[in-house]
Write a protein that binds this ligand. Structure first.
Ligand code: ATR
Length: 288
């Protein structure tokens, strides 16, 4: 029950109406009988400073940050963790006695999900996309000592810039590519893993994919960070090619679990979190 002592958590972004974070975190608060609540706020670029000032004034416990604020939010924080310093993007903020401290749990969440299926150290990885989520995942892959990292992006300049930054800061062998069919086919034949961090294939554009089955084979592990729908067109194509697949639910749950550890110091109930998100996704799916 919400009362005068309820500790508030939030997610800010734009768009935000389809976020499943409130469902997942409120399920934890209910399941563990914690006097906390989690709400989503649609905050556009022009309102970011005011929103964070409001959070300070209200003494909110912490908040998540999503598109398009993951990079710019840093300038409004009092302190950032080592990984935020490195990655240059933040998705989790804790109010630590009035000080807003930024963390990034995206990369760790993605790697935790991926490592359930495959070892990453020494492997060749192709990452599609060079936005905020890609930054976190690519840096984490570099820290986990992948053998070779290729970043492919529609806007090639962004992939080049990110690859350069990663090589310089971590010493990882990182390079870039475009997302043309021929370019990607060549890159895929050189790697053991591919991760889609773009929004291609996300509801409502569920028939879209950057890669089709004829470009993949059974040696590949394919992960998609899109979790709505759970089985994206890319994952369907990967299965058709005989590749192993990792859907986006694991990353979503693990990044949220890490945020709960940071905010509340609790050991998060992973199964409960996964179940809450899965039930909601199945309800959404049955509407289409
Ligand atoms: P996020 O925080 O989720 O990573 P983002 O920073 O806006 O979101 O990044 C979105 C990524 O998806 C980018 O790499 C974007 O490519 P551009 O840098 O060229 O914009 C990629 N993306 C989005 N829609 C795409 C599409 N239709 N085809 C190819 N790439 C796309």
């Amino acid at each position: 029950m919400i009362d005068a002592k309820t500790k508030l958590f939030s997610v800010i972004g734009d768009p935000i109406g389809h976020s499943l974070s409130p469902i997942m975190h409120n399920a934890v608060f209910k399941g563990l009988d914690l006097n906390c609540a989690y709400v989503a706020f649609k905050v556009g670029e022009a309102e970011l400073a005011n929103a964070i000032g409001g959070f300070r004034a209200l003494g909110i416990g912490g908040f998540n940050v999503t598109t398009p604020h993951k990079i710019r939010v840093i300038e409004f924080l009092d302190e950032v963790s080592e990984e935020v310093e490195l990655i240059g993007a933040c998705n989790t903020v804790k109010n630590d006695g009035g000080e807003l401290v930024g963390y990034n749990t995206d990369g760790m969440g993605a790697l935790e999900a991926l490592k359930k299926t495959t070892k990453v150290e020494g492997k060749g990885v192709l990452v599609l996309g060079a936005g905020g989520a890609s930054r976190a995942i690519c840096f984490q892959l570099a820290l986990e000592k992948v053998g070779r990292l290729t970043i492919a992006n529609r806007t090639l300049g962004k992939a080049e810039q990110l690859a350069k930054e990663i090589s310089e800061k971590t010493g990882c062998n990182a390079n870039s590519s475009n997302v043309s069919e021929d370019g990607l086919k060549g890159e895929i034949s050189e790697v053991e893993m591919m991760i889609n961090t773009t929004s291609v294939g996300m509801h409502p554009n569920i028939d879209e994919t950057l890669v089709t089955s004829d470009m993949m084979d059974e040696h590949l592990v394919v992960m998609d960070i899109v979790y709505n729908p759970l089985e994206t067109r890319l994952l369907k194509e990967a299965k058709k090619a005989g590749a192993k697949t990792v859907d986006g639910l694991g990353m979503f749950v693990y990044q949220g679990a890490e945020a709960l550890r940071i905010w509340l110091g609790i050991e998060p109930p992973i199964g409960l979190m996964r179940g809450a998100v899965l039930r909601k996704l199945q309800k959404i799916d049955s509407k289409f």
